[in-house]
Design a protein around this ligand. Structure first.
Ligand code: 5GP
Length: 147
């Protein structure tokens, strides 16, 4: 069996935990008491958003039902806003469990990507322009706030 980089214990210093603690900046799209949505810094398509629970969950195995429901409802809000802002129906909802699947940040998160499975860019490969991310976050937030 090949050796796996298994991470099953939650690391309080992971990058998304630092965001939730307010220790590092991000471009916020939406927040409520159980979830946070923000722009992916290395998007696989323009408008790539991540939704995280405010729960210390490494992956789906750890996710508590109330946070699972909250992440799904926030994902729905974000997806509807992406449809409006990018004027496209097709939005990929993706979520990786474990390093073997390609997971790189070990705080559970859902990817929402305005793209097609046949056109998806490389995962976590190229940094986006920060001003562009800020502008898209603001557009999405405005649509969500208006709902
Ligand atoms: P995973 O590989 O765990 O499914 O996805 C992690 C995602 O987090 C990747 O798409 C990657 O681009 C994104 N990411 C990694 N570091 C940061 C960061 O510091 N800020 C933001 N906003 N996204 C990040």
């Amino acid at each position: 069996m090949t050796e796996l980089n298994q991470q099953t214990i939650y690391d309080d210093n992971n990058i998304f935990a630092k965001m939730l603690n307010g220790d590092i900046p991000y471009h916020k799209v939406y927040e409520d008491d159980k979830t946070l949505a923000f722009m992916d810094i290395m998007p696989q398509a323009e408008g790539h958003v991540l939704v995280i629970p405010k729960q210390k969950a490494v992956d789906l195995a750890d996710l508590e039902p109330e946070y699972a429901a909250a992440v799904l409802m926030t994902s729905k809000k974000v997806m509807q806003a992406q449809r409006q802002v990018f004027e496209r129906e097709g939005i990929i909802q993706m979520q990786l469990n474990g390093a073997q699947a390609g997971q790189t940040v070990f705080h559970y998160h859902v990817h929402l990507i305005p793209s097609s499975i046949h056109e998806l860019g490389r995962h976590a490969a190229a940094m986006a322009d920060q001003e562009k991310l800020a502008a898209i976050a603001s557009q999405l937030a405005t649509v969500i706030d208006a709902e």
